[in-house]
Design a protein around this ligand. Structure first.
Ligand code: ADP
Ligand code: MG
Length: 410
């Protein structure tokens, strides 16, 4: 969990934790010293010196109490995150000074500080914050080691060993908290993504369905016009091409809504690739892009829905071409993996994808293009998943992007 991201709910949680911590801190701190120095001596014969006369004396308690108004102020101001750090640093500082004043120059054996130190360690997991946990653990152990070195006293090892054991317990609790929170966040994110997709999908399918019929009559009539006036057909090919483009966007939209039933048939992957290449060839030539295909045959047929796979490869080839504004080469490699899976890779020399954007690729409508739809990859991914295959996108080592599709033969 990150701190400081002004989420009201998180601030509220932190406030609850810090208030609980402050109550426990002061109760433990004072009750321990009162018991140890005033109540216990009355019943025991051992000789305990009056703490108010050594070290910082009264000032020790006054200084610890002085942190309270600052803490309350910070909590009220909506910045509760720093309070716990102020306490641990403040306590360590005061305790070192007190320790030095008490023991330096005497041969009194070192007795470790207040039991509140145990509270610090055992309670650090309630803040669900690794940094704070380490500050407490290393701070307290460091304090005792430092006093040990300055005072030349081996007795500091006792609290150091106790703290190490307690920290291990606290760290186990903290790790459990953290992994539980991680799991919750993941589940929540997945759920949100699914819900979003469901809503978008229904909407897309509805709109797509409505557009499809007028679109097909538009195409039909355009074709008729073209045949009727063969001499004035300058614009007809463009009109038909654009209608086809709308059609393919609508198809993508409809796929999001209700994934079609896949019609698995034995198909030849070489044919699918060749067909897709022929479709995208024109666009490639216009952008000075050449394809280099390496088909490591002979290849067995695969059981798939050829029409849908064509849609996938058209999307992928188009993305590769669109990424290469200055032209270049697209390497397409098709081969058999361990005799059971078909492997198709598409390697371009284009702009590549920024590391932080790779995560966004699955999102519907995520696009970096002026007239992109941000549906191509999403639909392609869905189709490949429906074929029980995988689609991976990563940056090419040299330049551009590498897309790898693996499909089972069935
Ligand atoms: P669109 O092509 O309509 O933008 P896509 O889903 O096909 O939608 O792609 C989403 C985004 O992924 C693109 O806008 C682009 O930023 C990035 N992308 C996809 N393929 C490539 C590629 N081969 N090289 C660089 N970026 C790519
Ligand atoms: Mg695309």
């Amino acid at each position: 969990m990150k701190e400081g991201y002004g989420n009201q709910k998180l601030i509220y949680e932190e406030k609850k934790a810090i208030k609980l911590f402050l109550w426990l801190f002061y109760i433990t701190f004072f009750s321990y010293d009162i018991f140890y120095h005033f109540v216990y001596p009355k019943f025991s014969k051992s000789n305990i010196t009056d703490i108010l006369k050594e070290g910082l004396g009264y000032w020790y308690y006054i200084l610890i109490l002085l942190a309270l108004p600052l803490a309350i102020y910070l909590i009220k101001k909506g910045n509760p995150y720093v309070v716990k750090y102020i306490y641990i640093y403040w306590y360590i500082l005061i305790d070192i000074i007190d320790g030095l004043l008490t023991y330096l120059g005497t041969d009194k054996p070192y007795a470790s500080g207040n039991i509140v130190e145990v509270l610090f360690i055992l309670f650090s997991p309630i803040f669900v914050n690794k940094k704070f946990f380490w500050t407490v653990t290393l701070g307290l152990i460091g304090k005792d080691l430092l006093l040990g070195v300055i005072l030349q006293d081996i007795n500091v090892l006792f609290p150091v060993i106790i703290f190490t054991i307690l920290s291990s317990i606290a760290s186990i609790i903290l790790i459990r908290f953290n992994s539980y929170i991680d799991a919750l966040t993941t589940v929540y994110d997945e759920l949100r993504q699914k819900e979003k997709l469901a809503v978008i999908g229904q909407m897309a399918a509805a709109i797509g369905h409505e557009i499809r019929n007028p679109l097909s009559s538009l195409k039909g009539f355009t074709q008729l016009q073209k045949e009727r006036y063969p001499n004035t057909n300058d614009y007809y090919p463009i009109m038909i091409q654009e209608i086809d483009r709308i059609n393919s966007i609508v198809n993508d939209l409809m796929y999001l809504g209700k994934p079609k039933v896949i019609e698995f048939k034995n198909s030849n992957i070489e044919e699918i690739i060749a067909y897709t290449l022929s479709i995208t060839q024109q666009q490639a030539e216009r952008q000075l892009v050449v394809f280099e295909t390496l088909i490591e045959g002979p290849l067995p047929s695969i059981k798939c829905d050829a029409k849908q796979l064509k849609q996938v490869f058209i999307n992928l080839f188009k993305n590769a071409i669109e990424a290469m504004m200055e032209g270049g080469k697209i390497k397409v490699n098709v081969k058999l993996l361990k005799g059971q899976e078909m492997y198709i890779s598409i390697q371009d020399e284009g702009c590549g994808i920024a590391e932080e954007d790779i995560l966004n690729l699955g999102e519907p409508f995520y696009t970096t293009k002026k007239d992109g739809t941000g549906l191509g990859l999403m639909v392609s991914n869905q189709i490949i998943k429906d074929h029980k295959g995988t689609l991976k996108i990563r940056n090419n080592q040299q330049k551009g992007t590498m897309v790898e599709v693996v499909l089972p033969l069935f």
